[in-house]
Design a protein around this ligand. Structure first.
Ligand code: 5GP
Length: 197
């Protein structure tokens, strides 16, 4: 997605060879117009999957997921990372090791928000080792529903997450695919291919 790649180039900050900071449009301050375009792109890519629900994880997955839900006209549920007084009743829970915080959290969704007939699109901001997405897939399966796609805003393709998910037969659509964060620079997969032609 060109607009997203341009924004990453312009405003993304390479913290090191493995971590990209995008707090000016996605992870802290949010660019609503870009999110709307991201949601539209997800909706187009998954238009034929009969999606009935979108599942994401707090907090940075929520903005792109809501915009995709708006375009697909389906509800959006976000997994919570901490137990809250208002999160009561039957819960579906999975363990997720956080890439950025290097800690393991239980993530939960109320059982009543997933039903057996749901066809679920899982959305997240980043894909690194795939742990967050796998935790969400596990929760959907615990709820007896089907995962019909994974939508990722920024995939770091040099890390194993995308491959792990695809090996499980999951359809992964990433709007920006980064092949390297070396030399303090973002390189996208298509750029690498173009440079070889
Ligand atoms: P995974 O579970 O695939 O290893 O990592 C994905 C999760 O870690 C995302 O939900 C995201 O919050 C966080 N994450 C992974 N890599 C990055 C990164 O390079 N930058 C930022 N800002 N977050 C990341």
């Amino acid at each position: 997605m060109k607009l997203l790649e341009e924004t990453i180039k312009k405003d993304g900050l390479v913290l090191n060879e493995n971590v990209l900071k995008v707090d000016s449009f996605l992870n802290h301050q949010i660019d609503p117009k870009l999110m709307l375009e991201i949601g539209k792109e997800f909706a187009e890519r998954f238009a034929n999957e009969g999606i009935t629900k979108i599942i994401t994880i707090e907090s940075s997955g929520i903005a792109p997921a809501v915009m995709a839900g708006y375009h697909l006209n389906v509800p959006v549920v976000f997994a919570r990372k901490r137990k809250s007084l208002t999160l009561t009743g039957d819960l579906l829970t999975a363990s997720v090791h956080s890439f950025t915080k290097n800690e393991t959290n239980e993530i939960s969704i109320a059982k009543k928000f997933i039903n057996e007939n749901d066809r679920v699109l899982v959305i997240d901001d980043f894909l690194a080792n795939g742990q967050a997405a796998l935790g969400l897939v596990e929760i959907v399966k615990l709820g007896g529903a089907e995962v019909n796609g994974i939508g990722i805003v920024i995939e770091k393709s040099f890390q194993p997450g995308a491959q792990i998910l695809k090996e499980q037969g999951l359809r992964v659509e990433s709007l920006a695919r980064i092949s390297s964060l070396g030399n303090g620079e973002v390189t996208f997969i298509n750029e690498k291919v173009e440079a070889l032609i």
